[in-house]
Design a protein around this ligand. Structure first.
Ligand SMILES: *Cc1c(COP(=O)(O)O)cnc(C)c1O
Length: 223
């Protein structure tokens, strides 16, 4: 595990170097969904602190038994009825996909007295099968994104169509710039890139890459 983690960090550093970026700007999120707590602990012992999970219940069983200084990121579809549980154990949520969900989460975060970092998930290619804000919708709601007291909107998150991800990473960065100038919001972060394409994501400006199988191995089922 320590070797795989070091190798991944090396690939992140190389992608930064080849695109003239400071490696300190890019965070590696270890996506541990479907893998047991023991695997998380091995990565933890090798120095990893940020882990991503996509199901609240599965995550809860791991969070309970793992060190308290792990920073958990929620990356899966977030249902309204799970918001309270998710916000109580995840300081970062990558999958905010509607204004309603943001408003609801802001209220719950207030009740829990937490400040949650969030990413706005975008359906950058307008795919039927995917959730997330459509680019035009995001620009249209721009103004309502300012003023959440208990959420810190960090930036955009994307899962691009397979096969042509680099182009869509670039589109996501351009959309981020447009939303920034339309709203005055600062959106410094881009959550993009997975095991198969994180180097391209870094070349297009990713600040956090979500890597699962390249670190933990193949998942026995998809999630
Ligand atoms: C599973 C998942 C990942 C990690 O995928 P790998 O291909 O295993 O690196 C990243 N982001 C999201 C949203 C995921 O659901």
């Amino acid at each position: 595990m320590a070797d795989r983690l070091a190798e991944l960090q090396g690939r992140v550093a190389d992608a930064c170097a080849s695109s003239g970026r400071d490696p300190g700007e890019v965070e590696l999120l270890a996506v541990s969904k479907t893998f047991p707590a023991e695997a998380v602990l091995e990565a933890y012992e090798a120095g990893q602190r940020n882990f991503g999970e996509s199901r609240q219940q599965e995550a809860a069983t791991k969070i309970e038994v793992l060190p308290g200084d792990i920073r958990w990121h929620f990356i899966g579809g977030l249902q309204r009825n799970k918001v309270r549980k998710v916000l109580s154990s995840f300081p970062v949520v990558h999958s905010m996909d509607s204004v309603r969900l943001l408003e609801h989460s802001d209220r719950i975060a207030g009740e829990l007295a937490v400040k949650t970092q969030v990413y706005l998930e975008v359906n950058i290619a307008g795919e039927e099968s995917k959730g997330g804000f459509l680019p035009d919708d995001l620009l249209a709601v721009g103004g309502t994104l300012v003023g959440f007291a208990h959420l810190e909107i960090r930036g955009l998150m994307v899962i691009p169509p397979e096969g042509e991800s680099r182009r869509w990473f670039a589109e996501t960065r351009i959309l981020r710039d447009r939303v920034e100038s339309a709203t005055g919001l600062k959106l410094p972060s881009l959550s993009m890139g997975m095991s198969g394409d994180f180097e391209d994501a870094i070349r297009e400006g990713a600040t956090i890459v979500r890597v699962g199988s390249a670190l933990f191995g193949h998942r026995s089922y998809m999630q």
